[in-house]
Design a protein around this ligand. Structure first.
Ligand code: TYD
Length: 206
């Protein structure tokens, strides 16, 4: 499996703070006016392109899709994200540091739980992997508490499901290590500032 050298992925259950941390990391990189610090490109899946928007409609419960259809859509969204002009591959090739909020592992975990392991494994088998994967680990009860204040809940934000999500992350991470990805576990129950310091250290050490 190919590894993309400048590609970093954040993963974790809902409420683990990946989005906040990616914003903080971007702020840190953009405040450095140093030629030795690469340009950071922040991105996320589902993307904001048409396939990603369709996925988000389904996650909000606005349209009903078969769980397998969602697995196909996540893979299609990812394919576009990787291979279009200005996509992940092109940016990494020209030396940008691309940091993505969720990637292949999210599909193996979430779609693995909702439509069985086989389909997401097949659909994602050929995608290249990141050089560094930061896994934001958080107790499911604390994550649920953090999400209480959110105005909307998506279809996966149900406590029992999120406990299984955490278990699946832990079970699947060793596969990424075996595939040559540097995997770092981050204790996401720490304060946002403490977590941000850890993230910056790990990304800079890359
Ligand atoms: P999330 O990063 O939580 O978006 P937001 O912060 O805007 O709510 O991602 C949305 C959901 O999508 C999250 O519950 C995980 C899910 N997801 C999958 O089920 N499979 C995937 O392949 C990806 C990328 C995300």
């Amino acid at each position: 499996m190919d590894i993309i050298p400048n590609f970093v992925v954040f993963e974790g259950a809902d409420g683990s703070g990946t989005t906040t941390q990616l914003e903080l990391l971007e702020g840190f990189f953009h405040s450095r006016h140093d030629d030795k610090v690469p340009r950071l490109y922040r991105t996320a899946e589902p993307t904001s392109n048409p396939i990603g928007r369709l996925i988000r409609q389904s996650l909000r419960g606005e349209i009903q899709l078969d769980p397998k259809t969602l697995a196909y859509l996540f893979a299609a969204d990812r394919n576009e994200h990787l291979f279009t002009p200005n996509g992940i591959i092109e940016r990494c090739t020209r030396g940008e540091l691309v940091v993505c909020d969720r990637y292949v592992l999210s599909s193996l975990v979430y779609q693995g739980l909702t439509c069985g392991e086989e389909l997401p494994a097949t659909l994602n088998a050929a995608f290249p992997l990141p050089a560094l994967l930061l896994y934001f680990d958080i107790d499911s009860e604390l994550a649920a508490k953090r999400m209480e204040k959110r105005p909307f809940k998506d279809i996966y934000e149900v406590f029992e499901f999120q406990m299984k999500v955490r278990e699946r992350y832990q079970a699947l991470l060793p596969r990424f290590v075996s595939a040559g990805v540097r995997v770092e576990r981050i204790d996401a129950s720490a304060s946002a500032t403490e977590v941000a310091a850890m993230v910056i250290r790990l990304v800079r050490r890359r």
